[in-house]
Each structure stands twice: as C-alpha cells, then as structure tokens.
Design a binder for this molecule. Sequence first.
Ligand code: KIV
Length: 302
Amino acid sequence: MSTQAAPRKKTTVLSLRKKKRNSVPITMMTAYDYPSARSIEDAQLDMILVGDSLGMVVLGYDNTLSVTMDDMIHHCKAVARGAKTPMLVGDMPFMSYQVDVKEAVRNAGRLLAEGNMDAIKLEGGIEMADTVRAIVNVGIPVVGHIGLTPQSVNQLGGFKVQGRKATAAAKLLEDAYAMQDAGCCALVLEAVPDRIARYISDVLDIPTIGIGGGNGCDGQVLVYHDTLGFFDKFTPRFVKQYGQLNTVIAEALNNYKDEVESRAFPAPEHSFTMKDEEWDAFLDLVEPKIEAKDFFGMGANR
Ligand code: KIV
C-alpha cells in the first residue's frame, strides 16, 4: 500500500499565531523571482518576503530607496507564480505609504490584487499606526518592521544596530506595542540587541521575525542572496551564509568560457545530427549555386 504525504497547507495568519503559541520557530526568506520562489517552496519554508532589498541585491542600487511600486509588483507576480504554500508578503517601497493613508491603502491593495501577495510589510513604529490600522481595516494583513528600517538609512546615519541604549530600546518596545495594537499580524525586528528582541517577543502576542535580532525571536528571515553567498558587495554581521553561489557561478562561467574557446563545448551530445542522404541532397542543391555565385548577396547578378 502506498502512503502519500498529505499536501502541504498554506501558511496563514492563524498558522503563524499557532506556531508562536506552540513555540515552533517560523521560517521566512526573501525571494524576488520565479526560481528563488520555487526553491523556497520546495524547501517548505513558512513565509516569503518579496523585500524591497531587491533594489540592492537584484537591481544593484546602493540602498532600497529607488524601488518603485511597479518594480515590486513585477517581482511579486513572479514570486507568486513560483510559490503556493508559503505566506507571501510584499514589501511597500519607499514613498508608497508615507505620504498619505489613502494612498497607502491603495498601494497595499495593489500588492495583493496585482502582485498576488497575501500580506504586505511596511517600516515604522508608532508614527505608522494609523496607516497600519487603515490597511488592516480593508482586510489586508500587515507585517510591521522596526529596529533598523533601511528606508530611513539616511536618517539613521547608515545600516546600524538600533536600540542599544536603554531609552532607544524602550522606544522600540513602544513601537512594537503600537504595531500590535494597530493590527499587525507579525513584526520584523531588524538589527536589535538580542535581549531586547527576546523581551519584545516574549511580551507580544503576535509573532516576531528577527533579522539580526538573535535567537529569542519567534522566527527568522534572511535575504536570499546573502544566505546563499550570491551577493558580495557587503555581508551584514547577522548573516550566515549557507551556500557559496558566487563561487559556484564563477567556476561554472570560467569553465564555459574555457570550453567555448577550446572548442570542447559543444560536444557531439549537445549537437543535432542530419542523415547522410539529406546531407548529400543538400550539397547537390547548393554547390552548383555556390559555384555560379547564384545566391542572393553573392554578387553574381550585379
Ligand atoms: O527588504 C527586505 O528584504 C527586508 C528584510 C531585510 C526584512 O525588509
């Protein structure tokens, strides 16, 4: 008798809460395209974030500020085609939600309606509470993001750890409560001292997802390209590289170049054959014309 594994269930806001209640860590990874989404689906992670980090690791900008709604929707759609069971979270890019609440709701809606996401993420604490509330009120799950918020890199003076001083840590806690109260279904804590991230995780009802928040968070998220050694401009201290794709890719491309230049590639098994009689018929057809310079472009008739 064959035993078939039950189909994997889609991660929802309820299953995230259940994981927190049962102290089961939540796994999240960023993805930006169909192949990365497929590999995360196959690895059975709980959540995918189509992060605006795509500006840095895919589009080559120095920060995330140039990413647009159209960029996000383009990449969200590709990810949604590749992953069905992880909860898909689309990042709200810089200036898509900060100017006015109505515009924020409309843009959040676009990430679901056009980008096929299940939820959105936005950066900020207490100052974003009304915006989060308005988005949640139209039925869109919101993941908050506090601590190091890359869209404020210029105000923060760089990609720096946040909440190291007692007053700053207390402000983080206030922001965390404000996000929970506004209706967030989960909260990303980025580059925060581990004991503060653990404290916040312990007191909140909603799950926290750490990135540089230490081991006390309810889940972890990393950037796909950082995790796989696929981005070498810089690697934050909180990243662990589980692969070295850049090395693998460089080796593969160097081998390809060498083999093309030495004519080792393509080998017969990469080529297509033709029957001898068709080859002979081809020569009978073309050789008289070649001799008479009778092909268009050969100049015989000029
Ligand atoms: O854009 C992103 O990838 C993020 C993560 C760093 C949490 O916001």
